[in-house]
Design a protein around this ligand. Structure first.
Ligand code: SF4
Ligand SMILES: [Zn+2]
Ligand SMILES: [Zn+2]
Length: 337
């Protein structure tokens, strides 16, 4: 090890980390301060919170949401806002069960109210049951337009029901905003995934100031959106934060994993690329998002309705979640041999 370790960019202490994206060395304390300042900047830029907000923090026990809870707890101390931690148990055997006690322990450590909701209790099925049924049906049913709705991967089911679950939980707990632990790496991956899937409306929609677009939909915000995954891990390490490190068993099946590995390689070769992906897309959304979405939806305006089955916000008569449950568990498929 070199005897002449560089000093911190903002104080005279010995640095312990180097940020290749901006060429700065940081000591432990200044690195944590930098994370707090970066999150505060995102909150301010996007007007994420009001002074008195009840902020529902989606807590999983993993690094991102645990770091988010810690950072928000420090930042929001100065305001009359309130933090409430909510865990959603999807029902993934051998994975979520281990993360839940860690999530609860972290909330208790910070003296933050903690609540647990589950897919089973809210929708009648665990994610494992949903995935198993989908796989069974995929094996016996021919692939047709009609059976397309059973051909989702685990993460598609998980995403739909988790969004629905956290919104239900936030309403039940009288929340004003839902804050999730999505970091810069997650946000960049989503942009790349939408690009690879050709999903122009999601790509252009952007991530602007939280707005109440439906009376039953609690606005969602991502305060860690400018902090890369590597920095989240470092922050947890330097602040002695314990988190659940096991990967979800379904993650290996997701296209997101390939995109994640690709972006890690790119960021390593060309530091700052993740920031470029996020900032570039935000500019595009700001400059032409409204125009493009208005034009593309002019013939078929997409309005948020109430699902006829569950009463939750929906862009069609029956919400996607209810459609998924119906097709998997309530449909009598006639199998042509
Ligand atoms: S990897 Fe997929 S299935 Fe697992 S928790 Fe994440 S979204 Fe859900
Ligand atoms: Zn320092
Ligand atoms: Zn519904």
């Amino acid at each position: 090890m070199s005897k002449n370790l560089p000093t911190c960019y903002s104080c005279s202490k010995t640095a312990i980390t180097y940020r290749r994206t901006d060429g700065r060395y940081f000591c432990k304390d200044c690195f944590s301060k930098w994370v707090h300042a970066t999150v505060r900047k995102s909150i301010k830029q996007k007007n994420m919170f009001e002074r008195n907000d009840r902020i529902i923090v989606g807590l999983s026990g993993g690094k991102d949401s645990t770091v988010l809870l810690d950072v928000l707890n420090r930042i929001e101390k100065k305001y009359p806002s309130e933090l409430i931690a909510v865990c959603i148990d999807e029902g993934i055997d051998g994975y979520r069960d281990d993360g839940l006690p860690i999530a609860e322990m972290n909330a208790k450590k910070l003296d933050i109210e903690y609540h647990l909701f589950s897919f089973k209790e809210l929708f009648g099925y665990t994610l494992d049951e949903i995935v198993q049924r989908s796989r069974e049906l995929q094996k016996i049913l021919p692939s047709t337009k009609k059976t397309k709705k059973i051909q989702h991967g685990p993460c598609s089911y998980c995403g739909v029901f988790r969004r629905k679950a956290i919104n239900l939980a936030a309403r039940k707990l009288d929340g004003d905003k839902v804050a999730t632990g999505h970091n810069l790496s997650d946000v960049s991956q989503t942009i790349m995934l939408n690009l690879l899937r050709g999903d122009s409306s999601k790509l252009i929609r952007g991530d602007f100031q939280p707005k109440k677009v439906h009376e039953l939909l609690i606005p969602r915000v991502k305060p860690l959106q400018a902090v890369a995954e590597r920095d989240v891990v470092l922050y947890a390490f330097y602040n002695d934060i314990t988190y659940h490190t096991t990967e979800c068993p379904y993650s290996v099946e997701a296209m997101r994993l390939d995109v994640r590995n690709f972006l890690i390689e790119i960021e390593d070769k060309y530091p700052g690329s993740l920031n470029c992906v996020r900032n570039g897309m935000e500019k595009i959304s700001q400059q032409c998002g409204g125009k493009i979405t208005a034009e593309s939806t002019a013939s078929k305006p997409k309005q948020l309705l109430f699902c006829e089955k569950c009463g939750e916000p929906s862009s069609s008569a029956i919400c996607i979640g209810c459609q998924m449950i119906d097709v998997l568990f309530n449909t009598d498929f006639k199998i042509n041999k």
